[in-house]
Design a protein around this ligand. Structure first.
Ligand code: FES
Length: 558
C-alpha cells in the first residue's frame, strides 16, 4: 500500500488500522483530498544543541512547499541530531545509532519518500547510511555552510581558524582579550563550518553522488538559494514516488562510490569522509578497500582552494560555480554514467566548465592544482596492518618521511593530563603516539590532532608527526596519521608501543612501521590485557559490534 496506508500499525485487521489512521490524521486537520496524496517524510534534525542547524526550521518549510506544489503530503518528523561541539565524548559514537534510528523511523511510518535534512558532521553520513538501507526514494538537503566573519582585519571561519587562533594563544602570540574577540566572529551566521571540514566535505560528496539538488552542496545556509534548493528537493521527492525511484541504493553503486572518492581528493576533503564512504560502500554491497581508495587518490590532485588545505572558504567555492563546476573540471577523472536521483547521469547534470578568470583561482584546472595528487594517503605497515590514513595535503612536506622516538599516551585523558608536562622532554623529532582512542576503546574521538606541547609551540614548533587510532576534524591540519587499524583496544600493534621505540613514517612508500624486533613485540603482546567494555546500554552494544575504521566503523549486524 502507498501513502498513509503504507506500513500499517499491526492490529490484526488492516481495514481497521487504516480507519484509525484516517481518523487520527483527520484530527490533525487533514481532509480526504490530503489523505489520497503520496506522502513525503522530512527528517528534521533541528535541535537547540545542534547550533549548526538553527536555520533548519525555515528549510523544512521550503521542502514542505515543494512537496505540496507537486501534489504530495509532507510530514515533518524529528530524528536524533548530533551537534559536533556539544556531545561527549564524540558524535562518532552515535553516528550508527542515528543511522539505525532514522532507518527504523523511515521503515515504520507511512512515508513514500523522504527528504533528509542534515548538515553537522555525522548527521549526513548517518542519513546516507539509513537511506542506503531502506528502499524508500530519498533526496538529501544539507543545511548549508555559514558565511565568514571578520575580526581585526582578519577573515575568520569555523573551524580551521578556531584551531589557528588556539595555537596562537597556546604559543602566547595572542592574549585572552584577543581570543574573546575572535571567539565572537568565528561563527557569525547559521550553518555548518564554512571550511572543507567534514560537514562541507560530506555535503559536496552527496551532491557529487547525485543525491543532493544541484548547488545544495555549497550554497550558504542563510541564502534564498538554500531555500529554493529545499523547494526543489520537495518537488523531486514527489517526482521520485511517481516514477518509482530510483532509490538511494539504486544510485550508490561502484561508480558512484569511486566518483565520491575522486571528488574527496579534489576537494582536499576531510579524512572522516573516508570512514563514512567505507561504511556506505559496505551497506551498499560495494566492496572497496583502503588500498583501492589510495590508488584513486594518487590520480586526482586537490583542485578546490579551501581551508584547511588551501586559503578560501565555502562561500568562495560556491561563488566560483561550486560542485557543478568542479564536476565539469573533473570530467576526465569521473565515471560520467553514474546514476543520480535527478533522473539523469552525473555527466548530464554537471555545469559549464567556463567562467570568469577569478573562478579558476578557487576551482583550479588539473594542470594548476592547489596540491598534487595523493592529498589523502592510505598507509600500511607493522604499526597499521589493516591500514591508516593521512591527509598529506595538510601535512608538512619535511615530515612526510620521518623516523623518530615515540612518546606514548594511553588515551585522550592521559594525553590531556601530560601533553604539556616539560618532564617528558619532547623534541620536534619525537613521534607523538595516542592509543585507546579507536572505535571499540573510545568511540573514535577527533583526538588524533594531538596538540604540540606548549613549550615547543612557544618556540615556534607548529607540526610534528602524530600517530593514533583516533580521528581528526576535517578542519584540522598537520602531519597526523589517523585511523590505525586494528586499534589498540582490540590488541592492534599500537597497544605495544613503548616510549622511545622508533616509529617510521614514509608517505611516498605508503608505510607506517614500528621498528621493534618482532620477538620483542610478541613478548609484549603476550602480556597485553584488553580493557573491560562498558556494561550496559548503547555503549555496550557499540563496543561489542563496531567494526574497525578500515571497514567503516559501522555495526557488524547492519
Ligand atoms: Fe557543526 Fe562544524 S560543528 S559543522
Amino acid at each position: 500500500m502507498k501513502g498513509i496506508g503504507r506500513n500499517l500499525t499491526s492490529y490484526g485487521d488492516a481495514d481497521f488500522s487504516l480507519f484509525l489512521r484516517r481518523t487520527f490524521l483527520t484530527s490533525a486537520g487533514y481532509d480526504g483530498d490530503d489523505l489520497e496524496r503520496p506522502t513525503v517524510g522530512i527528517a528534521d534534525t533541528t535541535s537547540d544543541l545542534t547550533t549548526c542547524h538553527r536555520s533548519m526550521p525555515e528549510l523544512v518549510e521550503s521542502v514542505k512547499r515543494g512537496v505540496l506544489v507537486a501534489g504530495g503530503l509532507p510530514f515533518r518528523f524529528p530524528t536524533m541530531s548530533l551537534g559536533e561541539i556539544l556531545m561527549s565524548p564524540t558524535t562518532m559514537l552515535f553516528r550508527n545509532l542515528m543511522a539505525m534510528e532514522t532507518e527504523e523511523l523511515v521503515r515504520s511510518q507511512p512515508l513514500d519518500a523522504v527528504v533528509y535534512l542534515g548538515g553537522c558532521d555525522k548527521t549526513l553520513p548517518a542519513q546516507l547510511m539509513a537511506s542506503v538501507s531502506t528502499d524508500v526514494p530519498a533526496v538529501i538537503v544539507p543545511v548549508g555552510p555559514m558565511r565568514t566573519g571578520q575580526w581585526g582585519g582578519r577573515r575568520l571561519g569555523a573551524c580551521t581558524d578556531c584551531r589557528g587562533a588556539w595555537a596562537e594563544y597556546r604559543a602566547g602570540e595572542i592574549d585572552d582579550e584577543e581570543l574573546r574577540g575572535i571567539e565572537g566572529s568565528l561563527c557569525p551566521t547559521a550553518g555548518t563550518c564554512m571550511v572543507m571540514g567534514t560537514a562541507s566535505t560530506m555535503s559536496c560528496l552527496l551532491e557529487a553522488m547525485g543525491l543532493v539538488p544541484p548547488g545544495g552542496g555549497t550554497a550558504p545556509a542563510v541564502t534564498a538559494e538554500r531555500l529554493r534548493i529545499g523547494v526543489e528537493a520537495g518537488r523531486r521527492a514527489v517526482a521520485l514516488i511517481r516514477a518509482g525511484g530510483p532509490t538511494t541504493r539504486d544510485v550508490v553503486g561502484p561508480s558512484t562510490i569511486r566518483n565520491a572518492a575522486r571528488v574527496l581528493a579534489a576537494l582536499g576533503g576531510s579524512t572522516n569522509a573516508v570512514i563514512h564512504l567505507l561504511a556506505v560502500a559496505r551497506r551498499a554491497g560495494v566492496p572497496i578497500t583502503l588500498a583501492e581508495l589510495d590508488a584513486i587518490w594518487r590520480e586526482v590532485p586537490v583542485l578546490v582552494d579551501c581551508k584547511p588545505v588551501g586559503t578560501g572558504y565555502l562561500e568562495d567555492f560556491h561563488g566560483a560555480g561550486g560542485m557543478r563546476r568542479l564536476l565539469a573540471v573533473m570530467r576526465p577523472f569521473l565515471e560520467l554514467d553514474a546514476p543520480t536521483v535527478f533522473g539523469a547521469t552525473v555527466g548530464a547534470t554537471i555545469g559549464p566548465e567556463a567562467g570568469p578568470a577569478e573562478w579558476s583561482k578557487v576551482i583550479r584546472e588539473p594542470e594548476d592544482p592547489v596540491a598534487p595528487p595523493g592529498g589523502i594517503a592510505a598507509l600500511h605497515g607493522s604499526l597499521a596492518p589493516d591500514g591508516a590514513v593521512l591527509k598529506a595535503s595538510a601535512a608538512s612536506e619535511n615530515l612526510l618521511r620521518h623516523t623518530g622516538p615515540a612518546v606514548v599516551f594511553d588515551g585522550p585523558e592521559d594525553l590531556a593530563a601530560r601533553i604539556d608536562d616539560p618532564s617528558l622532554n619532547v623534541t620536534p623529532d619525537h613521534v607523538l603516539v595516542l592509543r585507546n582512542a579507536g572505535p571499540v576503546a573510545a568511540g573514535m574521538p577527533e583526538a588524533g590532532s594531538i596538540p604540540i606541547p606548549r613549550y615547543l609551540a612557544a618556540v615556534g614548533v607548529r607540526d610534528m608527526v602524530r600517530v593514533s587510532d583516533a580521528r581528526m576534524s576535517g578542519t584540522a591540519y598537520g602531519t597526523v596519521v589517523l585511523h590505525c587499524a586494528p586499534e589498540a583496544g582490540v590488541g592492534g600493534p599500537l597497544a605495544f608501543v613503548h616510549d622511545g621505540d622508533p616509529v617510521s613514517l614514509d608517505v611516498p612508500e605508503r608505510r607506517l612501521d614500528l621498528l621493534v624486533d618482532p620477538d620483542e613485540l610478541e613478548a609484549r603482546r603476550q602480556s597485553w590485557q584488553p580493557s573491560t567494555p562498558p556494561e550496559r546500554g548503547w555503549r555496550h552494544l557499540y563496543a561489542k559490534h563496531v567494526l574497525q575504521a578500515n571497514e567503516g566503523a559501522d555495526l557488524d549486524f547492519l
